[in-house]
Structure formats: structure tokens, C-alpha cells
Design a protein. Structure first.
Length: 187
């Protein structure tokens, strides 16, 4: 028998004794037989909502893989960078800084309402774009700022909530001819 701990929606935890094997696929945990508070349940299927299962072998929390739905909601974002010339050596031809709110739809699309400072001139702008998310919680995206070519970026996820939703992330420009970094934090 293998002892495991299951948390249900973070409201309460139960110590469970599984009399057979269990398997985890995607976000579902299937237990052949389990005893909870003295009552035996057979073929129990639990829908996982995040970091809520402890691996009995390592005693570590089992983290669900990231997907597009992991990044959903409104995030405070900042970005700063330089657009470089194609000359050798390159020279800075534009400085960009922005801060604002970005809303991710959980399906791979986002929209921004940001204050953009480009070479000292500040404007309020609306920008939209697309994003991707890999199972290892890295990702990327693309957007177009007014007067600029499309900008692409790579992202690495920082912390996540217990349900797997992303708390914050860091991003870096992957656009040729642009150097820049940014952050995002859920609101």
C-alpha cells in the first residue's frame, strides 16, 4: 500500500491510503481503491486543479504542466529596451519603455492598454498580440507597437498559484535588432 495526500480545492486535505496503484494523466488522478476517514471508495477519479498531489516517492508536490489556459487574466506589465540599427557596430535608434495592463484570454491572445514612452514621447496605446505556452512553462509571443516592426518575445514563468495559474513572468525580446526585457504580475 502507498500513502498519498490529496488536497481538494485547497479547502481541506485528507490523508488517504491507496490499496492499489494510482496513475496521473494530465489533470486527472485515478485511484483504484482509497480509504478516506474510514470510508473506502473504489475507482475514485479526482480532477486536479493544480499543485494538489504529493508524489509519495519524492514527497514533492506534483505540478501540472503549463498550457495556454495557465496564462489567463489581467497582468501589470513593464518592458524597456532599445531598437538597434543594422550598421556595424549597431547604434541605438529608438528607446522604448512601457507599462500598463495586459489581459490574456487563456486561448493564446492578449490585449494591452499601456503607456508607451518612445524616445521621450509618451502615448497611451492599445496593442494586441498572440502568445504560446509550453508544458515546461516557457513560452513566447508577438505584438506590434505603433511605428515599429512586429516584436517577438520569449517568456519564462516565475511563480504559479496552487491551481496552476501563473502569478508572474519575465520576458526578453527575441526580435532581431531589438534588446529589451520585461515582467508581468497578475493583478
Amino acid at each position: 500500500m502507498r500513502k498519498i495526500i490529496i488536497s481538494f480545492l485547497l479547502f481541506f486535505s485528507v490523508n488517504a491510503l491507496a490499496t492499489d496503484t494510482y496513475e496521473q494523466t494530465s489533470k486527472v488522478l485515478t485511484l483504484d481503491s482509497i480509504i478516506i476517514n474510514g470510508t473506502q471508495f473504489n475507482n475514485l477519479v479526482v480532477q486536479l486543479t493544480g499543485y494538489n498531489v504529493i508524489n509519495p516517492g519524492t514527497k514533492e508536490l506534483v505540478k501540472p504542466a503549463c498550457d495556454l489556459s495557465s496564462l489567463k487574466g489581467t497582468y501589470a506589465v513593464t518592458f524597456q529596451g532599445n531598437v538597434l540599427s543594422s550598421s556595424t557596430p549597431p547604434v541605438v535608434i529608438a528607446q522604448i519603455a512601457m507599462a500598463g495592463l495586459t489581459t490574456y484570454d487563456g486561448l493564446g491572445n492578449f490585449s494591452n492598454k499601456v503607456k508607451l514612452n518612445q524616445n521621450g514621447v509618451t502615448n497611451d496605446i492599445d496593442v494586441s498580440g498572440t502568445y504560446t505556452m509550453n508544458a515546461d512553462c516557457t513560452g513566447g509571443g508577438q505584438m506590434t507597437l505603433p511605428g515599429q516592426p512586429p516584436m517577438s518575445f520569449g517568456a519564462v514563468i516565475g511563480e504559479r498559484f496552487a491551481d496552476g495559474k501563473i502569478k508572474d513572468f519575465s520576458m526578453v525580446s527575441t526580435t532581431p535588432g531589438m534588446v529589451g526585457i520585461g515582467t508581468g504580475k497578475i493583478q
